[in-house]
Design a protein around this ligand. Structure first.
Ligand code: NAP
Length: 353
């Protein structure tokens, strides 16, 4: 007989990231969706009746029958995936962790807290060791918070990790073309988006300039905090009329010179802890490197590895820095819901639940 699945909750389940989580959890081998929460607009009503489902098809039947609850401890299970808006996520996540839940969060509120791991499971699974410090600092015996990064930081960190390990990253210049779904629902007004590029996304550039440095940073000797990786990032972010998939044009200066072929080789060979542990949501190949001159493209490549792989292309020399390339990640899957789910799987596999 298969072991019983672990009951889990999704906080903010009616939003774009929440819907992805609900969809990914429908047939999950380890976790069973036992509770969904939403704003007062949705509470007390059936999920299937209140959700504005924006994924293909209909909401999974079991999820559709759940009654939307307030985001308060007392929900079944003790693992909660948070897809709450940042305006309210901070306090609610603390209340869940204080009540003994493991919280895997998409929200930005606690990402840069010294004792909170900012985890991209392939690059820095070992940062989970911060949880002991976190529990000590905050007086939690069982509860914890782990976060995943902003959806644009993630493909950058994933692509830089094997380059940093092999050659050392010195500095990075990145320009993003970001999908509309990155702004949540209903997001950018259609009259601002269609036939247009908006060269500003509030708060995005500072996140893109710091979060990859935390994910590629090292723990201090006592696992009390993370030392930021010592490279600099200059970011310019743009909103474009694409539904899903953030594309990044990256130039990188390396400490040790590398040819495009050497860079492509280490990226292709890259594997992390989720692949080693064979976690259910882990893509077999986290970084796919394409040789065609016109890839990656959002429409064609965002679903690679079930939306969990990053596709890199156009790896070539750069007249300013050592190398340049293009990287693409699915923002609501790998950049949000899929990353949070993978972090939940990592927590279970590493004995934190
Ligand atoms: P969204 O589409 O705006 O969804 C927000 C969700 O929060 C809805 O389910 C909404 O419920 C719920 N909510 C609002 N007020 C609430 C309250 N008082 N109590 C409980 N629930 C409440 O946003 P999203 O794009 O899914 O983003 C969710 C989080 O993930 C945000 O922190 C965002 O920054 C982060 N994130 C998003 C992406 C992305 O690509 N979209 C990527 C990375 C991280 P109702 O429907 O009932 O109003």
């Amino acid at each position: 007989m298969a072991p019983a699945r672990i009951p889990v909750a999704v906080l903010g389940a009616t939003g774009l990231v929440g819907q992805r989580l609900v969809s990914l959890l429908a047939d999950h081998p380890w976790f069973e969706l036992a509770a969904v929460t939403g704003s007062p607009r949705s509470q007390g009503r059936r999920y299937g009746d209140v959700v504005r489902w924006r994924l293909p098809g209909d909401p999974p039947r079991a999820a559709a029958a759940l009654v939307v609850q307030p985001s308060e401890p007392g929900l079944p299970g003790r693992l909660a995936f948070s897809a709450l808006p940042s305006e309210i996520a901070g306090e609610i996540e603390l209340s869940f962790a204080g009540a003994g839940y493991a919280v895997s969060s998409n929200a930005r509120n606690h990402r840069m807290d010294e004792d909170v791991p900012l985890i991209l499971a392939e690059t820095n699974a070992e940062h989970l060791a911060l949880i002991e410090t976190q529990r000590r600092n905050r007086g939690w015996d069982r509860g914890l918070i782990v976060t995943n990064s902003n959806c644009t930081s993630m493909p950058l960190a994933m692509a830089l990790k094997p380059l940093d390990d092999a050659f050392g990253v010195e500095k990075v210049f990145v320009v993003s073309l970001q999908a509309l779904s990155g702004a949540g629902y209903p997001g950018v007004a259609s009259l601002d988006a269609l036939d247009n590029v908006v060269p500003y996304i509030g708060g995005e550039e500072p996140k893109l300039e710091i979060e990859p440095r935390k994910m590629l940073g090292r723990l201090d000797e006592r696992a009390n905090t993370t030392r930021l990786a010592p490279f600099t990032i200059s970011a310019q972010t743009n909103r474009v009329a694409i539904r899903d998939g953030h594309l990044l044009c990256v130039s990188v200066e390396l400490q040790e010179k590398a040819t495009p072929a050497q860079a492509a080789k280490v990226m292709r060979a890259f594997r992390g802890r989720p692949q080693e542990l064979e976690l259910p949501t882990a893509p077999p190949q986290p970084l796919i490197v394409r040789d065609e001159s016109d890839r990656p493209q959002p429409y064609r490549d965002r679903d690679a590895g079930n939306g969990m792989s990053i596709t890199v292309g156009r790896v070539r020399e750069c007249p300013l820095f050592t190398l340049r390339f293009v990287a693409l990640g699915h923002n609501t899957l790998r950049g949000a819901a899929g990353a949070a789910l993978l972090n939940g799987e990592l927590l279970k596999a590493e004995g934190y639940l």
